[in-house]
Design a protein around this ligand. Structure first.
Ligand SMILES: [Zn+2]
Length: 253
């Protein structure tokens, strides 16, 4: 992952000008952009201070997650969509570009082994005839098809655009996530507590559709990511394993 914040810091010896007045400013002794001096682990891309790798546990699930990730979102180290693939190895990730539909995804959506659902709120009337609930997921399991949660991975604004501008999604049933869960994501400020991040959406869908074990592992892994990243921003090392860390370590045995 190419993360802008992992680049070496720029030289601070150049004269700096105040953009408001045009006057030269005294050279700053040290400018610490958030994360600019942080060494990141090559395995998990988190700051090495609180690396995520010891807590990676795989889990099996009946349902699969396919992420359609906005091209901008791919490069953000705070993106939680990638956590899903760390736990559920069958996860697929596709990059969304407005001008070029992903051919592989379009082909997979036609594959009769899979029963894909696009995860999206049911707050607009024009696609009301496509809206289903979680019982539809249980129903396809009965037919021995593999339920797939197609999650639009981006900001809410990006997700809405992806939903509207991707013709290959137009025939899919729309599954809105219904949950009382409030977000625990600490790395970006949500507009509302009810706006879950991508990993949390997957966790709740897995739980509601009967993949409780996979949901529990991913939930713990998400907590570890969340806490590890947040503490590293303050250069604090997590000395004692958190409850979620301990549960994942126990699973590894
Ligand atoms: Zn790591």
């Amino acid at each position: 992952m190419s993360d802008a914040t992992s680049q070496p810091p720029e030289s601070s010896s150049l004269t700096d000008y105040d953009p408001a007045t045009g006057h030269p400013r005294p050279p700053r002794r040290e400018f610490k952009a958030r994360g600019s001096f942080v060494t990141r682990c090559e395995g998990c891309n988190l700051p090495e201070l609180n690396c995520l790798c010891p807590y990676q546990v795989k889990a099996d699930s009946t349902a699969q997650v396919w992420l359609l990730t906005h091209s901008i979102e791919h490069y953000k180290p705070t993106n939680t969509g990638r956590l899903i693939g760390d736990v559920l190895t069958q996860t697929k990730v596709f990059t969304w570009y407005r001008t070029a539909p992903d051919e592989e995804l379009a082909a997979l959506l036609e594959d009769p082994r899979y029963a894909p659902f696009v995860i999206f709120p049911d707050d607009q009337p024009d696609y009301a005839d496509r809206v289903v609930d979680i019982n539809a997921v249980h129903a396809v399991k009965q037919q021995a098809r593999i339920p797939v949660f197609v999650i639009l991975d981006g900001t809410w604004r990006q997700a809405r655009r992806m939903f509207r501008k991707s013709p290959y999604l137009d025939a899919l049933p729309v599954l809105p996530l219904r949950t009382e869960r409030e977000t625990r994501y600490r790395l970006r400020k949500p507009a509302s507590k009810s706006h879950l991040c991508t990993a949390e959406v997957a966790i709740e869908l897995l739980r509601q559709s009967g993949d409780e074990n996979a949901a529990d592992v991913l939930d713990d892994y998400f907590d570890v990511f969340n806490d590890s990243y947040a503490e590293s921003r303050y250069y604090r090392k997590i000395a004692q394993p958190t409850a979620a860390m301990q549960r994942l370590l126990d699973r590894k045995g």
